[in-house]
Design a protein around this ligand. Structure first.
Ligand code: ADP
Ligand code: ADP
Length: 217
């Protein structure tokens, strides 16, 4: 299956992809994760992306589209299906993605819109923690690690993302409303849009999403 996960920051896209990638046998591709890796390695791309990520703005379309094109073209696992998380984030990116996938003969099957209320989003983003080693996502209240500050999966250090602060979150929400939310109608127009109530707990979200994906095959 080829899936796009849509929804505001903090809706639970990365978490859902993390729990479903093995069940569905698909590749999880997160542009946020790729960009953070580039930043950590201090590559020219990471240096270019830094100011956008830190302010909560968007990295230019052509930069992220190139990353996605390379990944979907060169990673042989993409042929078995993928779940995109955090891309596309603008209507331009959605159009570019369609062009890329058209050429590869691998069109999107389903765009899942993870709908969440503002209270949920804020509580999730402010309490989010991430493993520095493997990227596993935690929440200080909803999904804590067994041992404080230590990843259950790899033993890595758990940290708070620099952009998960109140000021940057405000900016990211505005960017989401202005630039990303219009993608919902884009996929609605293609009859590919499905919705899930992302306010629910993660087990329920997972089951609802699985039912939707099984119905879209
Ligand atoms: P979240 O999980 O909160 O939705 P991400 O990890 O997906 O955030 O993204 C973090 C940051 O990386 C974004 O705020 C943005 O600066 C940048 N970014 C990630 N994906 C994209 C994209 N598709 N287009 C532009 N910028 C992106
Ligand atoms: P996104 O990728 O959409 O930005 P994440 O998957 O990173 O969102 O989740 C944001 C935060 O919310 C994380 O701390 C995660 O542990 C938590 N979370 C995700 N889904 C749920 C859920 N269904 N119920 C409660 N907490 C959740």
């Amino acid at each position: 299956m080829r899936i796009v996960l849509l929804g505001p920051p903090g809706a639970g896209k990365g978490t859902l992809a993390g729990v479903l990638k093995d069940t569905l046998g698909v590749l999880h591709v997160s542009t946020g994760d790729i960009l953070r890796e580039e930043l950590k390695a201090n590559t020219p791309l990471g240096q270019e992306a830094k100011k956008f990520i830190e302010s909560g703005g968007l990295v230019p379309d052509e930069v992220v589209t190139k990353l996605i094109k390379n990944k979907l073209t060169n990673d042989s696992r993409a042929k078995d299906g993928f779940m995109l998380d955090g891309y596309p984030r603008t209507v331009n990116q959605a159009k570019d993605l369609d062009n890329i996938l058209d050429k590869l003969g691998m069109p999107i099957d389903c765009a899942l819109y993870m709908e969440a209320t503002l209270g949920t989003i804020l509580a999730r983003l402010t309490g989010r923690r991430v493993c520095r080693g493997c990227g596993k996502i935690y929440h200080i209240v909803n999904m804590p690690s067994k041992k404080d500050g230590v990843c259950d999966s790899c033993g890595g250090e758990i940290y708070q993302r620099a952009d998960d602060n109140e000021e940057t979150i405000k900016n990211r929400m505005k960017v989401y409303t202005d630039s990303t939310a219009p993608i919902i109608s884009f996929y609605e127009g293609q009859n590919k849009l499905k919705k899930v109530n992302a306010d629910k707990d993660s087990q329920e979200v997972k089951e609802d999403a699985l039912n939707i994906f099984n119905g879209s095959r």
